[in-house]
Design a protein. Structure first.
Length: 549
């Protein structure tokens, strides 16, 4: 008999076959061979030559940037189906159809893309970490307001490596900064503002941010303090707001100012005398006579402080000086002459002239008033008196904030080399030669001088190079004299192998007793120490100390 097998576009007839069952295989033009007979032959070989493949027009992109995926599969037919998976964060996430497909990503990182094609059989192409999506750099720009005209600085913070600055929202670029800190500076006039935008870029990935960050700098007007007025009535020289007498109290100075502003007062020559946030300044003039400068600063409600406004106050302290005790001989006279110094005079004998002539021993007194009607008086003895003795003490060294009170004793007047005229005075490190000349109530003078040297650690410290920790109550500990003057000092001792055996600070009351960190006695040996006084400008002190038993 004969048997005919018909396939797509192909027919085969076999004759002379005996009755029976015959297996057969079919091979198509692509070389695909079936493995079974029956209808399965068609299913087995259909689509066996499919090869899934694709490409993208760019594999390194930024978030939101669009790329195109193109199918490059082989063995496809019009009935081939497609299933695309573009990876995490893709828009769209999947697609069907040959394409091309336009895709963007919402998140950064490496994206794996999968294409599966089917036409009876299936094939799949997976490209792992195929697309590299980079973050969009962002920038935040900040600026601080200023007072008056000048330069304002805009500072941008970014995760990129370049920042562009614009004054019109990105339409044009006024500056590009490639190096952190990313800054832009510009001048601004008083009572105006300046707005600056910033955009970040990453020059490695090519990604750029948006112009959605900006800052505004405002230049506020600097306030001008109003004229200072004195409530104290009287006559005073031109250029002065007031003339007060030494000892006057509750003397008021004020401005007719802005209640929303802040006014801060001070006396230039008296740093500790101030008044804060007030339009009035009440003063007790208990300081030595002379010129004092009232200074006033006005701060506007927006925080701008204007230039200092100042004016002078004359504090009059008449000082009739009769010369203290005057030595005269019997039959001689001495004339106390205050001619031209004061406006009025009144002596102990009720005479009112500017001079008084004494012809014998006794007390002489004068009361005066100056041109500002400020009173003063003085008394002198006509007698023989020795010069006063003054002792300021030994020369010394002061360190840091330590001070020394110099007391010249109880006398009528003092003239210090520091310019001070009161007693006692306080001096500090490096004051140098400080001298004082005193005048007693009799007009006799005496003086003394003391040298206050700068702090030199090597002069202050006494560092023993040996000690004997043998419990005999003599030199049992390593006692660094005056180390307590440097409480922050770091003291370390090392053996010859460089191992630290002791550490302390200058404020510790415990001294090294020759024992190691474990509490055991250290051997007789020479050890090396470092002492860091923690004083600016002072080098670390090094040396050796030997344990002797």
């Amino acid at each position: 008999g004969s048997t005919t097998i018909t396939g797509t576009g192909t027919t085969r007839t076999f004759t002379g076959l005996a009755t029976g069952t015959y297996p057969f295989r079919v091979t198509n033009a692509a070389g695909c061979t079936s493995v079974a007979s029956g209808n399965a032959v068609i299913d087995e070989i259909l689509g066996c030559d499919l090869v899934a493949d694709f490409s993208a027009n760019d594999t390194i992109i930024c978030i939101g940037e669009e790329i195109v995926f193109t199918d490059e599969s082989q063995g496809i037919t019009s009935s081939t189906t497609y299933l695309w998976d573009f990876g995490a964060g893709a828009i769209p996430a999947t697609a069907t159809g040959k394409g091309p497909h336009y895709v963007s990503y919402t998140g950064s990182g490496f994206k794996t893309v999968r294409l599966t094609i089917s036409d009876g059989m299936s094939d799949e192409m997976i490209r792992y970490d195929y697309i590299s999506v980079n973050t969009m750099p962002a920038a935040t720009v900040e600026s601080a307001d200023r007072c008056g005209s000048g330069i304002v600085n805009f500072l941008a913070f970014t995760n990129g490596d370049q920042v562009e600055f614009s004054s019109n929202g990105g339409i044009s670029i006024v500056s590009i900064d490639n190096n952190p800190p990313f800054e832009y500076s510009d001048s601004i006039t008083e009572s105006s503002s300046l707005q600056i935008w910033a955009r970040a870029l990453n020059t490695v990935t090519g990604c750029s941010g948006t112009w959605d960050s900006s800052a505004v700098a405002q230049a506020y007007a600097s306030p001008v303090a109003e004229k200072i007025v004195a409530a104290h009535a009287g006559s005073f020289p031109a250029g002065y707001v007031d003339a007060a007498c030494f000892g006057d109290s509750n003397i008021l100075y004020f401005v007719n100012g802005d209640p929303l502003a802040t006014y801060n007062w001070r006396i230039k020559e008296l740093p500790g005398i101030t008044a804060v946030d007030t339009m009035m300044f009440e003063i007790d003039w208990t300081w030595p006579g002379g010129d004092y400068t009232l200074e006033l600063e006005k701060t506007s409600p927006n925080g701008c402080t204007g230039p200092v406004r100042d004016t002078l106050v004359l504090v009059s302290q008449p000082d009739p000086d009769l010369g203290g005790t005057i030595s005269i001989c019997e039959g001689e006279s001495y004339t106390f002459d205050l001619t031209g110094q004061f406006l009025t005079y009144e002596w102990h004998d009720q005479s009112t002239g500017p001079t008084y002539t004494a012809t014998g021993s006794g007390e002489v007194t004068v009361n005066v008033r100056d041109e500002y009607n400020c009173p003063a008086s003085d008394t002198a003895m006509v007698n023989l008196n020795p010069n006063p003795l003054v002792d300021l003490g030994r020369d010394t060294v002061l360190c840091g904030s330590n001070s020394l009170v110099l007391d010249a004793g109880d006398f009528a007047t003092y003239e210090w080399s520091t310019g001070e005229i009161t007693n006692p005075i306080t001096v500090y490190e490096g004051a140098g030669n400080v001298s004082v000349t005193v005048t007693d109530d009799n007009g006799c003078q005496g003086s003394d001088e003391v040298l206050v040297e700068e702090c030199s650690p090597m002069n202050l410290l006494t560092i023993p190079n040996t000690f004997t920790p043998n419990d005999d109550s003599h030199h049992d500990v390593w006692d660094i004299k005056n180390i307590d003057l440097f409480p922050d000092a770091d003291i370390q001792v090392f053996d010859r192998w460089g191992r630290r055996v002791y550490r302390s600070d200058g404020g510790s009351a415990d001294k090294w007793d020759g024992k190691g960190p474990n509490g055991n006695e250290l051997p007789v040996e020479t050890y090396y120490y470092t002492i860091d006084l923690k004083v600016e400008g002072s080098d670390v002190i090094t040396g050796t100390v030997t344990i002797v038993r």
